[in-house]
Unconditional design. Structure first.
Length: 48
């Protein structure tokens, strides 16, 4: 039973990260006409 809980927690964390990568945008809107692409490191930290 305990192994199933640990495995479920690990898989849930991984699935959450994957869904975060898909649905969280990697651009940041500064003003009405200006957007900035976030660096990969900042984007990953934003997801975590």
């Amino acid at each position: 039973m305990e192994k199933k809980l640990i495995k479920g927690a690990i898989y849930g964390f991984i699935m959450g990260l994957l869904l975060g990568i898909v649905f969280i945008s990697d651009t940041q809107q500064v003003s009405m006409n200006t957007t900035i692409d976030l660096p990969l490191r900042t984007y990953i930290l934003k997801i975590l």
